[in-house]
Design a protein around this ligand. Structure first.
Ligand SMILES: Nc1ncnc2c1ncn2[C@@H]1O[C@H](COP(=O)(O)OP(=O)(O)OP(=O)(O)O)[C@@H](O)[C@H]1O
Ligand SMILES: [Mg+2]
Length: 484
């Protein structure tokens, strides 16, 4: 190296060293105010010469309980765009647990181009150590940082970011793994970040096609759901919250819970299964509902058993459903039942007015696309205030199996569209009250040797037995009348 050059490097080196030394002294001894002042102006001076703009998108913003929608959209956008160029990727199980979804690993950097503008994305995190004696673990604050040259400021802030968010949201809704949430007491104490809901992936196979229901009824429900999901502007225009209440009622085993799953699958919504007996009081109910997200169905099953609606406590099975005596009940398919109201009464103080307030007031303020579904076996026991239109907009009765319903089940279970034995089934099914659950149970092959004929014979036998029991009951009732 020529001596002149060496001298120049040496001078520069010593200048930088002395500046750094001075800065260290300033940091150590200057009062905080002076330091802040100096830092601010150094920063401004640096950005004057530095031609790049940086935008950070943090995972959690002011409201630490809610993940930023923008962060989720950027993450989805980059998961598709970065997987082609990034060298360090992380893999997570995707929708339906069938494939791995790749996304950018931490501290990885990828480039993207938009209308001739080149941008860089970096995924990063700030780790703040846990405080001594603190209950909470160390916290990680993840963020994405976007950098681009300042000459592209307009194009990036006005068009590129919008493009990223729009595409990201589309990817999210395509890949969304739907969830089934339940409120379990105590779970919320696990960590301050934990919500009051616990969830699992929702993978119920029910659809409207597999439901044993009259075609007309199915069509009406599907049209109602489609109209609701496409009516965002309508609800805004008339000044009503974008929500709709459904009341599903009918005897046990007629498909109320199955229909909720079919609705969720049809609309691609999450399901919040709200166990009212596990909710301490109205305040907790409010908190739970505020935490629900848009595009969801909030379900309160067996509402007559979950809430003291009249001041009188009720037992679900205190009266058999018409046509359902003890012998029939014993034969019926075992469907999991909720505990009757008494079980939760000791701890739950949720009142009817609390629930009504939520349906009308608070929930309406949450905005977003939500359905609320109540189910009951005894519609006549419900307080009219709870089920009036406006709260429960659509009342759907699910009843005993018709021949049309049977045909759907025969197609599902036996892959039969028609069969000579159907005629006998048609005749019998019009005379007895059998639930779709019972029909399904009889049609289900019980061993590998069970062919469709055997399953149909089993159903016919069950229907004949039910008919005989009904006739015997009718006769003894007639005799009783004659005797009295
Ligand atoms: N309409 C239906 N279409 C197809 N399958 C049905 C139908 N109704 C009942 N089933 C079958 O019976 C089983 C029980 O039905 P489901 O749990 O939906 O009844 P439910 O009306 O919710 O009963 P409960 O009032 O006891 O809660 C389901 O797993 C399903 O296989
Ligand atoms: Mg049910």
């Amino acid at each position: 190296m020529p001596p002149k050059m060496f001298e120049m490097w040496a001078t520069m080196g010593s200048t930088i060293a002395s500046l750094m030394f001075m800065w260290a002294i300033v940091r150590q001894y200057c009062p905080y105010e002076v330091r802040r002042y100096l830092e601010k102006y150094t920063h401004q001076l640096m950005s004057f010469f530095y031609p790049y703009v940086k935008i950070s998108i943090h995972e959690f913003t002011g409201d630490r309980l809610k993940r930023s929608e923008a962060y989720a959209a950027v993450e989805a956008y980059l998961s598709v765009n970065s997987s082609k160029t990034a060298k360090r990727l992380k893999a997570e199980m995707g929708k339906d647990s069938t494939n791995l979804v790749l996304s950018m690993d931490e501290y990885e950097r990828v480039t993207d181009e938009f209308k001739g503008a080149k941008v860089w994305w970096v995924s990063s995190k700030i780790v703040s150590p846990s405080r001594p004696m603190s209950y909470y673990p160390e916290q990680e604050k993840r963020y994405y940082r976007l950098s681009f040259h300042k000459r592209y400021r307009e194009i990036i802030t006005e068009a590129y970011l919008e493009h990223v968010i729009r595409e990201g949201k589309e990817i999210l809704s395509r890949n969304r793994q739907r969830k089934l949430y339940t409120n379990s007491p105590g779970y919320k104490w696990l960590s301050y970040k934990q919500t009051m809901w616990s969830h699992i992936v929702f993978e119920h196979p029910a659809t409207f096609d597999t439901m044993a229901l009259e075609t007309e009824k199915k069509k009406e429900i599907v049209e109602d759901l489609v109209t609701f999901s496409e009516s965002k502007d309508f609800y805004t225009r008339i000044g009503k919250a974008w929500k709709r209440g459904y009341l599903l009622y009918g005897p046990p085993g007629t498909g109320k819970s199955t229909m909720i799953a079919a609705m969720a699958n049809f609309l691609n919504y999450d399901v919040y299964d709200l166990e009212l007996t596990a909710v301490k009081d109205n305040t907790e109910l409010r908190k739970l509902l505020i935490e629900t997200t848009s595009k969801s169905i909030i379900v309160i099953e067996d509402i007559d058993c979950s809430l003291d609606l009249t001041g009188q406590r009720k037992k679900k099975a205190e009266k058999p459903y018409p046509g359902e005596d003890e012998a029939e009940k014993a034969k019926a398919v075992e469907v999991p039942k909720r505990e009757p109201y008494e079980e939760g009464a000791a701890t739950s103080k949720v009142t009817l007015s609390g629930l009504l307030n939520f349906i009308d007031g608070l929930w309406s303020a949450c905005g977003g696309e939500r359905l609320i579904v109540f189910t009951t076996n005894y519609v006549e026991k419900l307080d009219p205030a709870l089920i009036r239109r406006g709260r429960m907009d659509k009342h759907i009765e699910l009843s005993y199996c018709s021949f049309e319903g049977f045909r759907v089940l025969a197609k599902n279970y036996l892959n039969l569209k028609t069969h000579e034995m159907f005629e006998r089934v048609e005749d019998l099914i019009s005379k007895v009250k059998i639930t779709p659950a019972d029909v399904a149970e009889n049609l289900m092959p019980k061993s590998p040797t069970d062919d469709p004929e055997k399953c149909l014979s089993r159903l016919i036998q069950a229907l004949e037995e039910m008919k005989r029991t009904d006739e015997t009951k009718e006769e003894s009732a007639k005799e009783e009348i004659i005797q009295s």
